[in-house]
Design a protein. Sequence first.
Length: 380
Amino acid sequence: MMPVGLLPYLSADFAVSEGVAGLTVTLYGVVAGVFAPILTAVTRRIDRRSLIMLILSVFVAGNIVTALASNFVVLLVCRLAVGFVHGLLWSVMAAIAVRLVAPRYAVRATSFVFSGISLALVLGVPLGSVIGDRLDWRAAFWILVVLSAAALAMVAVAMPRMAPTGGVALREIPTLFAVTNLRIAVSVTALVVVANYAAYTYIAPYLIDDVGIDKTAVGALLLGYGIAGLAGNLVSGSIVARSESLRPVLATYLAALSISLILLVASGSWTIAVCVLVIVWGGAYSAVPIALQTLVLRSAADRGEAATSLYVLVFNTSIAAGALFGGLAIDRAGASAPLILGAIVCLFALVVVGCCDLGRPAAATGNGTPASVVDRKAQS
């Protein structure tokens, strides 16, 4: 998320528009999503510790070259190279996390993995902006080099060797769609992510133009959104771990998300209500991925990484689609249109969840995590 806060500085340094500079973020996400299933299948026989170390090594090298980039093409290629393996990291981390803990902590481990996304949302954009302002954009990437190298060292020291399990060949990945609950999970993921990013991408114009919030306060409000998201992740992990069925959990989250978007538009220029609803929105939205990722792992107990790669594909491409549809909405109907669109799509996701049976699979463990996903030998 840090490069989002650096776009003005990249634009100025390389003499490109901010829209062109934004390709370093947009294409990064698309590449991460599209190649996630492919790389997950290709690397299915590689020891998971070795794979994580390889991915983090690419992060280190890619960020070094990015920090030294002499022109925008080099910068963009480096960002795409890092994005190429980022989707793979996301695909395998949830399944690895549940193998590193006892079964009763499996859902909590998933929530901790996803809390990293919320933490990036909370800290990444504002940190990038501050570093770019106080130092320069290259310093931000050098910091990413240090963080990536530290993560690589921690994995080398602390993570045990871990044989791959449940891998599938690339040609077999489409067969996963035969699993009903997995189809529901990725469908709801597409709807929710499109809904959220249609609204969130264009929340600043709404807050400034329609609500009348000062530009200098928007950053603080979005920081509150991110902090609420981090809390939503952690609380959701506890709730999901105790849930026999994910349908009421997802329905509650989606209802809260839909209502917050609807009331946000209805609140008009009532600033206090808008601020509260933005916080509720952040918490409700960030609770959803924990439930959906858990549903993915429950649905494909013996092929968790491959199933997660589909989830990553849908998630990342839906971010781009949401931003696209939100942009079309704001151009044609004004600043509140993306929020209205987001609410409508989210309500549709709620209907989908309400019409489906998302009960616990018979093969699941007592805490809802598929037994075949959990490898307790990893603790030895």
